[in-house]
Design a protein around this ligand. Structure first.
Ligand SMILES: Nc1ncnc2c1ncn2[C@@H]1O[C@H](COP(=O)(O)OP(=O)(O)OP(=O)(O)O)[C@@H](O)[C@H]1O
Ligand SMILES: [Mg+2]
Length: 338
């Protein structure tokens, strides 16, 4: 890895038909539905924003769908707040923050074919009872709506969106969400709900149309949890995992030998070392030793991820000044091939 530009692919990254290394956007852009998941706070929404810009730069029409989130995508893209009604957040990039109650009402209106009746049936008083009565309906109201957008056509009969980026809830809940179409297939009697869950499940299982993108950090615990997550998605759900994105990668300031040298003196790594050495020349050594530890952990975590899960792995740099800004998101989009 070079200090200023983390590689965006492992050596096993897919190649295009022209033989050049495919960018993440090029590799993922042929899919209709991408499920972006990972542990809380690792950068899923940031990456949805960056990937949306990268795909849009390649001419794709993208919809980013969030699930009842404390919405931060608007800051990440530098646009106005994003609610339950779809907005255009950037050229060719649309976004929505799906509210389960509103989504259920809309679904009801489609099935019953009357807004007025649906409003009565799915009145707020009853909605929570519906959610309790049908297992998975709460999650499906959001995932199903996001999937439904893959079926929408424009006036000329073309797909309204080429790619839906589903900004899934953090790990545990994300997995619950992916289980839902199957739960509906297992428990709900034949009807519209089951027909749609069936169609969605068929799409989610087809690696040419859909797949999971796992976001993680180059640290010990997130790497371990990511390996578990990928195994669970593959072994339990049998869904295709397409890509790992390691976010927040630090440039390497030291060689491995220098790291070993800096980490040799345990005093430099004591908890109070930064405060006791502040303002003295020793302070620089303490900072160096700590940085060496972080770099070592990063190298080991990346190595472990590469060895354990056989997936294309993209690395995105840690943004020191531009995190959560439109400019920072554009620079991440470039790393993804935008
Ligand atoms: N590459 C990066 N460099 C520096 N900071 C980053 C980077 N990516 C994300 N962040 C910061 O990390 C925090 C979490 O990012 P984000 O909201 O995208 O994560 P998330 O996985 O969507 O979180 P949640 O699980 O809460 O939805 C934000 O403050 C964001 O600005
Ligand atoms: Mg998020």
């Amino acid at each position: 890895m070079t200090p200023s530009a983390p590689r965006s692919h492992s050596k096993d990254a897919p190649k295009s038909h022209r033989g050049h290394l495919k960018s993440v956007a090029e590799e993922l852009g042929s899919r209709r539905f991408l499920f972006v998941t990972g542990k809380g706070g690792v950068g899923k929404t940031t990456i949805c924003g960056a990937l949306a810009l990268a795909l849009a730069a390649r001419g794709k029409r993208v919809l980013v769908a969030m699930c009842n989130a404390k919405e931060r995508l608007s800051a990440i893209l530098g646009t106005r707040p994003i609610g339950h009604d779809i907005v255009e957040a950037a050229p060719r990039v649309h976004a929505v923050n799906i509210l389960p109650e509103r989504a259920l009402e809309e679904y009801g209106a489609m099935v019953i074919k009357s807004n007025t009746v649906a409003k009565l049936v799915f009145d707020n008083k009853y909605v929570s009872a519906f959610f309790r009565a049908v297992p998975g309906l709460y999650e499906w109201s959001m995932l199903g709506k996001a999937w439904f957008h893959t079926t929408e056509k424009d006036r000329d009969g073309h797909d309204l969106y080429d790619v839906i980026l589903f900004d899934a809830p953090a790990t545990g809940h994300g997995l619950d969400m992916l289980r839902v179409p199957k739960v509906i297939l297992d428990v709900v009697p034949p009807g519209v709900l089951r027909r749609d869950a069936d169609a969605a499940w068929a799409m989610f299982r087809d690696p040419k149309l859909s797949g999971v993108v796992v976001v993680t950090l180059p640290e010990e615990m997130p790497a371990t949890e990511t390996i578990e997550l990928v195994n669970a998605i593959r072994n339990e759900l049998h869904l295709p995992v397409l890509q790992t994105i390691v976010n927040g990668v630090l440039p390497q300031l030291f060689t491995d030998a220098e790291r070993t040298e800096l980490m040799r003196d345990p005093k430099l790594l004591e908890v109070d070392a930064p405060s006791t050495s502040a303002g003295q020349p020793l302070g620089a050594l303490v900072a160096g030793a700590r940085r060496a530890v972080r770099e070592r952990v990063q190298v080991e975590s990346l190595d472990r991820l590469k060895r354990t899960i056989d997936l294309p792995m993209a690395l995105l740099p840690f943004l020191f000044d531009e995190a959560s800004t439109a400019q920072g998101t554009r620079s991440l989009a470039k790393h993804l091939g935008g």
